[in-house]
Ligand binder design. Structure first.
Ligand SMILES: Nc1ncnc2c1ncn2[C@@H]1O[C@H](COP(=O)(O)OP(=O)(O)OP(=O)(O)O)[C@@H](O)[C@H]1O
Ligand SMILES: [Mg+2]
Length: 241
């Protein structure tokens, strides 16, 4: 479908008890793009991702992934996506390789799928190490390999490079870029690193207190608001919001 949208979020709301965390969130992601959700701690990024990943339900509004409603067609949505949670853990007693083999078996993949995942991880011989002994960067890399090896149409990565050193972060960014450009995977990511977002994303949305306060191509937004970088932009639009 030519006009198909990868993600359509329409007036999404979510309460936790009496507290409203998402206040009519709306944005769209086009197929093949890397879309970045930016916003301060507690803005609602993870809550939005968890709704899109069918882990929690919205209180109101709608969200569709490649046309499938995340509530009514949750199982179809799950077949199309991979979700990397913000604080995903690993099976400490499995080696990285056994973890990837297990994932391939669950998804009906073959040894080629495992080989590709090993390559994505870039972990070399450490792939045979127990994951309990992995550093944070190594854990993130194996989880990103796991998220991409199943060839999802959409990968939702919540702060994929959070807490990583420069080397690991650059590696992960290059993997994301490669899989978007060469495999056409659509990415929805969140990040607190504005340079990362400017480097990776064709479009970004700023979320503040559960609502989008600006959305667009990073360079267009900077021109439009006459600011030098995304950090300045956020401070400016937050004042105006
Ligand atoms: N399960 C929950 N129960 C109650 N409140 C919650 C729950 N999950 C999230 N919240 C609240 O919702 C708000 C948004 O949280 P969320 O984790 O979505 O923010 P975020 O933008 O991902 O922040 P961060 O940048 O710190 O990851 C926060 O105020 C948080 O306390
Ligand atoms: Mg979060």
């Amino acid at each position: 479908m030519i006009n198909e949208k990868a993600v359509e979020v329409d007036n999404l709301t979510r309460y936790f008890g009496s507290r409203q965390v998402l206040r009519g969130l709306s944005f769209t992601v086009r197929p093949g793009e890397i879309f970045g959700l930016i916003g301060p701690n507690g803005a609602g990024k993870t809550t939005c991702f968890r709704i899109l990943a069918t882990i929690i339900k919205p209180s109101g509004g709608e969200a569709r992934i490649f046309g499938h409603d995340v509530v009514r067609e949750a199982s179809e949505v799950r077949r199309l996506i991979s979700y990397l949670p913000e604080e995903a853990g690993v099976y400490k007693n499995l080696s990285g390789l056994d973890f990837l083999k297990l994932t391939a078996r669950i998804y009906g993949g073959d040894s080629a799928m495992v080989d590709e995942a090993v390559a994505i991880s870039g972990l070399g011989d450490s792939i045979n190490m127990r994951m309990g002994a992995y550093s944070k960067g190594m854990r993130r890399r194996i989880l990103i390999a796991r998220a991409l090896m199943t060839q999802p149409k959409l990968a939702i990565l919540d702060e994929p490079t959070s807490g990583l050193d420069v080397e690991h972060a650059v590696y992960v960014r290059d993997i994301i870029k490669h899989y978007a450009e060469k495999r056409g995977i659509t990415f929805l990511i969140s990040s607190h690193n504005m340079l990362e977002v400017a480097y990776l994303c064709s479009r970004v949305a700023f979320i503040h207190r559960g609502a989008i306060i600006a959305e667009g191509n990073p360079e267009d937004l900077l021109k439009q608001h006459r600011v030098q970088n995304l950090e300045e932009l956020f401070l400016k639009i937050r004042e105006e919001a």
